[in-house]
Design a protein around this ligand. Structure first.
Ligand code: ACO
Length: 326
């Protein structure tokens, strides 16, 4: 075993917009019902950003809480990476807006676009900066206003998504190179661009010149999700050198309760070790993992020193998983 630098999560924070939208509220907009949505997805409600409330607003609030939790201030931050697919503007990045709103000094700031896998991709990217000595205090944020990408006449998609943000502070800490180290221990990232048509937005600056609306072949996405996520989970555990039985908490991307249960069943994971927030948050894309993490920490289930496994799949297709000790 040799000494090394690990990227350690030293703080977590979240922010949910105030407006709650229930399934019954949506049943007034499209031909759906609370019973259908709950049975097929496990979703009971979602949050929706208020008028004028943007992704960078949500991200800034979550980041502020994560810094406070870590005992850091904006002046300490030298790197901001935001996983988002719903930026305030086509450019600049949400990350530079968060930098400005928090009052962080000149540093590195950029967005990662991997849709629902955005937080896993952003965390893996940040890990590389931290272990190479290029960041001493990094904010990794997942923030989305997915409701703004919805076609409100399409009941097959508009009932699934919600808005929110979650953030972590990553800092370098010395490790021993063992699985007892705190920090990110193993990562597996994947992408398959041939599956674009399963989940995409039908607009953009270089095509329609509009933002576009989310389009999805739900049951195809579902099938790919369980298989792909399971493979990445196993690969990340292997990269970390841990067995799945050692993992204290699985913190999946919160797409659909049936996907969470499908992955857990396939991998023999006890459902009591899975953090699920999909009932209250719905699918908040890149925000869902840090939101679930912050909730688990806040309610005392997730404790320092525990082994966590995060995983996600999203448009692209992109998917991935990471193992970390808190
Ligand atoms: N309310 C009522 N009925 C509906 C609704 C709705 N909101 N949406 C679809 N239906 C109907 C369909 O029209 C269809 O009717 P039909 O049989 O008369 O044609 C019927 O319900 C069944 O539709 P399916 O699409 O087969 O339903 P399924 O059981 O596959 O559930 C769902 C759909 C929930 C979208 C599911 O496929 C799913 O969750 N897929 C994963 C999608 C996902 O989570 N994407 C998020 C992004 S990727 C990610 O995060 C992993």
């Amino acid at each position: 075993m040799s000494s090394c630098i690990r990227s350690v999560v030293t703080g977590v924070g979240d922010y949910l917009p105030a407006r709650v939208v229930t399934n019954d509220d949506l049943a007034k907009v499209v031909d759906t019902s609370d019973a259908w949505i709950v049975e097929r997805t496990g979703i009971h409600q979602r949050r929706e950003a208020g008028d004028g409330e943007t992704t960078s607003d949500l991200a800034t609030r979550a980041a502020d809480r994560a810094l406070a939790h870590a005992g850091r201030t904006p002046a300490d931050v030298d790197l901001i990476i935001v996983g988002t697919t719903t930026p305030d503007l086509t450019f600049p990045a949400v990350a530079t807006q968060v930098q400005r709103k928090l009052g962080c000094p000149v540093g590195i700031a950029f967005d990662v676009q991997a849709v629902c896998s955005g937080f896993v991709y952003a965390l893996a990217t940040a890990d590389n900066f931290v272990v190479r000595g290029q960041s001493k205090c990094c904010l990794v944020i997942g923030a989305e206003t997915m409701t703004r990408l919805m076609d409100w006449t399409d009941r097959t998609t508009c009932v699934l998504f919600g808005d929110g943000a979650g953030a972590v502070v990553l800092e370098p800490r010395p490790g021993e190179g063992t699985t007892a180290d705190r920090g990110i221990l193993g990562v597996a990232l994947r992408a398959d661009g041939t599956k674009q048509d399963l989940l995409y937005v039908d607009g953009g600056p270089s095509t329609t010149g509009t933002t576009g609306k989310l389009r999805m072949q739900g049951n195809q996405v579902f099938r790919n999700a369980v298989v792909n996520i399971s493979e990445a989970v196993v690969a990340s555990a292997r990269a970390a050198g841990v067995a799945l039985e050692e993992v204290d908490w699985f913190i999946p991307h919160q797409a659909n309760q049936r996907i969470l249960e499908g992955v857990a069943r396939r991998l023999g994971i006890d459902e009591r070790r899975v953090i699920s927030t999909v009932a209250e948050h719905a699918n908040t894309s890149a925000a869902s993992i840090p939101l679930a993490l912050a909730q688990g920490v806040a309610d005392g289930r997730i404790k320092p020193g525990q082994l966590l496994l995060i995983e996600a799949m999203g448009g692209g297709l992109t998917w991935g998983a990471a193992v970390l000790r808190l």
